[in-house]
Design a protein around this ligand. Sequence first.
Ligand SMILES: [Zn+2]
Ligand SMILES: [Zn+2]
Ligand SMILES: [Zn+2]
Length: 234
Amino acid sequence: MPPLNQEQKLKKFEEMKFMIESEGYRLHSKAWNGFRGYIDLSCPKGHSYSVTWVKFKQGNRCPRCNFEKRGLNFKGFGENGVTRKEYQQAMADKFQKELESEGYKVISNQGKVKYSTNKTEIKVLCPNNHEWEVNWNKWDSGKRCRFCFEERMRKSTEEIRQELAREGCELIGEYKGSNYSFEYNCSCGGRGRTRIKDFRNGTRCNRCRGERNREKMRELRLKKIEEFDQSTEN
Ligand SMILES: [Zn+2]
Ligand SMILES: [Zn+2]
Ligand SMILES: [Zn+2]
């Protein structure tokens, strides 16, 4: 493509300005700078930044507004116009909100989350008043109060122990949740390992399975003999 003359450049600039300002943005650059040249603008909220015209046309909008909307997906500093401090404040607010929405109370730093990195430990009281420390990493991956967790595990271990006992079986060790198998002494005297769902469905140890199979085979043999007897009778 031959270089644009002054008139064409002006036309491009006017087009660009019109499109940008029709979205409530303001264009600060004063001249056409090419499709891939950077232009300075500010978004409807007044955030200033630079972007290439190509990117804007492709739909890229104010990175800071984007960041404020998404918070978490933020992937770096500088380029998108967010300073480290702004990021830390946004994360602190977000963390605080999430903690409080689940009934956790921040007790360090006069009740305010102080966020430096995703590994900064925050001292909290859980809804059951356990004192616990958590950082954003752990919280975001779903970790909650360790003491509540241990209590729940103790409780469910006890419940599972009783459930097994009603079937004449004995839980060995701890119950770690429905996704994990546990070992038990089976009512038949054998030893089994299974998950609670399978246990409830009647699955028992290998020895029981062996006996059930023998029982089934015996029934099958009896049925065959019976059939044979009937066929010879006729
Ligand atoms: Zn903005
Ligand atoms: Zn707790
Ligand atoms: Zn058994």
